[in-house]
Design a protein around this ligand. Structure first.
Ligand SMILES: NC(=O)c1ccc[n+]([C@@H]2O[C@H](COP(=O)([O-])OP(=O)(O)OC[C@H]3O[C@@H](n4cnc5c(N)ncnc54)[C@H](OP(=O)(O)O)[C@@H]3O)[C@@H](O)[C@H]2O)c1
Length: 210
């Protein structure tokens, strides 16, 4: 059965994007510093069709594990717009991707197995469609902040992983701003650290309030 998981890069002060984000400034001012550890991993570079170089240590294994378990992705329209302007022709997902949006748009097929479907069907129906096409693999709620928090608060996520970069952004999009803490109960599963980043992994417990 498909698990539903979130994995995001986050700054030490809780931001997943800096200010002034947009297609011409993906991740916002300073936001790429949150992912610096990831950009140099072999598994990341392979997925982005930029060759076979890169690090192959424990941080790479984190990325490999994540990519290998995904059968379908779900994302919000702001994240998609940044990617549409910046991802390579062979989009880095290699699965169906459901983009939550009020915009009506035909599916967008890319090289390498990625097709973007633009949907306005609610969180649960979108997740059901993603599970249907995931072929028994897991569904990743990719981002951005708005969509991830909606899925978390709706109680539809099984696992939350955060890669905590040792940087401060000071402004931008804070993942947990405004969170209703009654809807989330976390059980720590693992934590690993390297010189560049700390990965924390939680299971989401079903709390009595949802
Ligand atoms: N640090 C990380 O790991 C990470 C990962 C992913 C993304 N990001 C960053 O996150 C930022 C984007 O996050 P965000 O919170 O601004 O936006 P987002 O979650 O990507 O997208 C929000 C938009 O999606 C649409 N939407 C959301 N929920 C919907 C629903 N239930 N039904 C229909 N449409 C829905 C709406 O767009 P419309 O009204 O226009 O349709 C909404 O404004 C970007 O800067 C991106 O780079 C960071």
């Amino acid at each position: 059965m498909s698990n539903v998981f979130v994995h995001m890069g986050i700054s030490l002060d809780g931001y997943v994007a800096g200010p002034n984000r947009g297609p011409k400034n993906p991740l916002g001012d300073g936001g790429t510093t949150v992912h610096e550890w990831m950009f140099k991993q072999q598994a990341f570079l392979r997925t982005h069709s930029t060759g076979d170089a890169g690090e192959t240590g424990p941080d790479n294994r984190v990325i490999e594990d994540i990519f290998s378990r995904i059968g379908a992705n779900i994302m919000g329209k702001r994240m998609f717009e940044e990617g549409e302007a910046n991802w390579p022709e062979e989009s880095p997902f290699h699965t169906p991707v459901f983009v939550l949006t009020k915009e009506v748009r035909a599916p967008w097929e890319r090289k390498g197995g990625t097709t973007f479907y633009f949907v306005n069907d609610g969180l649960e129906r979108t997740l059901a469609r993603a599970k249907e096409v995931a072929g028994g693999k897991d569904v990743r709620i990719c981002g951005g902040r708005d969509v991830v928090l909606q899925y978390l608060q709706a109680g539809l996520v099984d696992e939350l992983s955060l890669s905590l970069a040792p940087v401060f952004l000071g402004a931008g999009l804070r993942l947990f701003d405004g969170v209703d803490k009654r809807t989330l109960a976390l059980e720590p599963v693992s934590a690993t650290t390297s010189k560049d980043v700390t990965h924390v992994h939680y299971a989401l417990k079903r709390s009595g309030t949802r």
